[in-house]
Write a new protein. Structure first.
Ligand code: MN
Ligand code: MN
Length: 308
């Protein structure tokens, strides 16, 4: 039997990378040969966590069917966010906290999707249920994922369960939750090191919204000044990639992680869905989204509804 490959979504964020590592450990504790992989190198935020706890990044792969027939998915389930050859392998597990869309399998599987703020929160619970030891390293990884996904509990996706898990994990990991959390979030906001394409695509996801092909990126910043200097170049790139890839809509959500505020750049043939989703006029391909921080909860549902 081939080794189970464990991975999260394309354009990996901290939850995707760390949950793949922790889920691989969970499967190994159950006697399953498993390895975490990823579809790209970790972001600067994720690298901060990996370096802090001295853990190697998962091996980067492009496809999976060339080396295994069995895979476990974390932090996603939508096929267009997964391995490009996901149809050619057997999915044995899904551990996720997103909407379920376009997902089906031919074989039975272990599928656990909970409406919490982070995959790490679910994994922590799974370790405890099985009586598996949570090491300092695993605790640090799960903690980092929770901080990242909930923006240190300020996102509307945060739940009391995430916060309780983070407090418990911070103790095991031996870090001060607030200090470590702010440092982790800050590590992800350094735009100076990022190309325009990184800013646009490093955290972008594709969504099928009633037949429309919608791509939504998100970048974390502290203050909007620096990104505003680069808006014209980013908008140009968005237009190029929109026509190259045939997207109906391409939006970049720019989120100030300390102020919990966003604005969006948006391009596409018809921006009326975006306008009606947020009851705002798009002016010069820009729209303010005050108080919005969560793509999953505050962007995708209203936009999907607007396309209905
Ligand atoms: Mn994710
Ligand atoms: Mn997540």
């Amino acid at each position: 039997m081939s080794k189970t490959l464990v991975f999260g979504h394309q354009n990996p964020d901290t939850d995707t990378i760390t949950s793949a590592l922790v889920m691989a450990d969970f499967l190994k504790a159950q006697g399953v040969e498993a390895e975490a992989v990823a579809f790209a190198e970790p972001s600067s935020e994720t690298n901060y966590a990996l370096e802090h706890f001295q853990i190697d990044a998962p091996r980067v792969v492009e496809t999976v069917a060339n080396e295994t027939s069995r895979v476990a998915l974390v932090d996603h389930n939508e096929p267009q966010q997964s391995a490009p050859d996901i149809q050619d392998v057997t999915i044995t597990h899904v551990i996720d906290h997103h909407r379920v869309s376009g997902f089906e399998t031919t074989d039975p599987l272990y599928m656990r999707v909970e409406p919490v703020g982070c995959t790490g929160t679910i994994l922590n619970k799974m370790f405890k249920e099985q009586g598996f030891e949570v090491t300092k390293e695993s605790a640090g990884l799960m903690l980092s994922a929770i901080i990242s996904d909930t923006l240190l509990f300020k996102s509307p996706t945060n739940t009391p369960e995430d916060e309780a898990a983070a407090k418990e994990l911070a103790k095991i990991a031996g870090v001060d939750l607030k200090d470590y959390g702010l440092n982790l979030l800050r590590a992800g906001t350094n735009l100076g090191e990022k190309s325009d394409d990184d800013i646009l695509n490093a955290d972008a996801k594709n969504f099928d919204m009633h037949g429309k092909n919608v791509r939504i990126g998100q970048v974390n910043v502290i203050g909007f000044d620096e990104i505003q200097q680069r808006e014209a170049a980013i908008l140009q790139l968005m237009n190029d990639q929109l026509s190259e890839n045939g997207y109906d809509l391409f939006a970049l959500i720019i989120t100030d992680v300390l102020e919990s505020d966003s604005y969006s750049l948006v391009v596409g043939e018809d921006l009326s869905a975006f306008e009606s989703a947020f009851a705002k006029k798009v002016t010069d391909h820009k729209v303010d989204l005050p108080g919005v921080v969560s793509r999953k909860k505050q962007i995708v549902p209203p936009l999907t509804n607007a396309y209905e």
